[in-house]
Design a protein around this ligand. Structure first.
Ligand SMILES: [Zn+2]
Length: 380
């Protein structure tokens, strides 16, 4: 039986269809628009809410309080109820090769069981970052020379499941790693992160598929050749190269990326190269005392008082982006659905279109979640 979501403002990439209807059959969008005959269909009234494509979080370690690697089914379903219909759990470089392989197996099993239906693949914030950056630096088991025998088991274990490998292009031997990752799975993409690479080092990896900047403006260096003179580094290279997508952690206060910088990135990169992420992590350290972090209850602090990702779910990042930058609903649906889908080459989602998977999210004008649909089934 066909289903019709009626009385909804349909969020298209650059405009809204007011008073619209979306028709779903067998989990697929089969029709949408203003004048749709819904006779004989199951009717769901969206009560004037805004319906756009389900959100895609390409980079999060947790659901706000539980790691994917501790309970993938719980984490996947919690964020699904917030409209994240596709997620790439992120693994971190603090894990050893054996631990990474075990985590990959756990997440793959959760996906294949059908109990974590929104997991689409993995985001590897590992293994070869610059050991100077990131939380838990002292435990980085990958700070030594890059060696094929160390990384090949991880590459093999991630075959056809890992979608993105984050790398620090300045590390000696990274090109061999990138080539081998590509040989194992030609579809993988690379991101620059936890890095202080020079633009030339980043650009050298672009022909292999480097197309993303991991949490742009966070955990990146500022190279200096001459005293008091700024030199271009990772963030500048990400802004300079039109084809590079920039991930943004957009928290409530604007600590990861200040509101001014968010607006700068929006201005420079335009609407098609921003990808909102939640980058949630779990330490449960207290907010450091004093005024500096006042109101930062959606930031994750480790027990040394260092910022270590967020406690957000991606719908929260969307609300914050609207507040900090004045972005519209159309724009944040692009940043959190259309753009990640395009970056990943997913042609059947990320936009409301006939033939696309009916992963949908209905929100109010402030991006508060009202209803979520996964493959056409109403989740909440
Ligand atoms: Zn990170």
């Amino acid at each position: 039986m066909k289903k019709a979501i009626i009385n909804t403002n349909i969020v298209m990439p650059d405009y809204i269809i007011p008073g619209g209807t979306i028709v779903i059959e067998d989990g697929i969008i089969v029709d949408f628009g203003k004048k749709i005959d819904t006779a004989g269909m199951e009717i769901i009234n969206a009560n004037g809410g805004y319906t756009g494509p389900g959100l895609i979080d390409i980079h999060t370690h947790a659901d706000g309080d539980t790691f994917f690697t501790d309970d993938p089914v719980k984490a996947a379903n919690k964020i699904l109820s917030h409209g994240i219909t596709d997620v790439m759990p992120a693994l971190y470089f603090s894990a050893t090769a054996d631990e990474l392989v075990a985590q990959m197996a756990l997440l793959k099993k959760a996906k294949e069981s059908g109990e974590a239906p929104n997991i689409i693949g993995l985001y590897m914030e590992a293994p070869y970052m610059n050991p100077k950056f990131g939380c838990n630096r002292e435990n980085n088991p990958w700070r030594f020379d890059i060696k094929k025998e160390d990384y090949m088991p991880v590459l093999e274990a991630g075959k056809d499941f890992v979608k993105v490998w984050v790398v620090a292009p300045e590390r000696d031997g990274i090109e061999e790693f990138v080539k081998d990752a590509k040989a194992v799975d030609p579809k993988v993409r690379f991101s620059v992160g936890h890095s202080e690479a020079a633009p030339e080092q980043i650009e050298a990896l672009m022909p292999y598929g480097l197309c993303l900047a991991t949490h742009h403006m966070n955990a990146t260096g500022t190279l200096q050749k001459y005293p008091e003179c700024r030199t271009a580094c990772v963030d500048e290279a990400a802004l300079y190269n039109n084809s590079i997508y920039t991930e943004l952690i957009c928290d409530k206060v604007g600590i990861h990326v200040s509101p001014y910088l968010l607006r700068l990135v929006k201005k420079i990169k335009g609407d098609d190269r921003i990808i909102l992420i939640s980058d949630a992590y779990v330490d449960h350290g207290p907010i450091p005392e004093g005024d500096l972090y006042e109101g930062a209850d959606d930031i994750n602090f480790d027990f040394s008082g260092e910022i270590a990702g967020s406690k957000m779910i991606l719908d929260g990042s969307c609300r914050n982006m609207m507040i900090h930058t004045g972005a519209s609903l159309c724009q944040v649906f692009k940043y959190a659905s259309t753009n990640p889908a395009t970056m990943l080459g997913l042609k059947d989602r990320g936009v409301i279109k006939c033939g696309n998977v009916a992963n949908l999210l209905t929100v109010d004008a402030e991006f508060n979640v009202k209803s979520v649909y996964l493959n056409g089934d109403k989740v909440n």
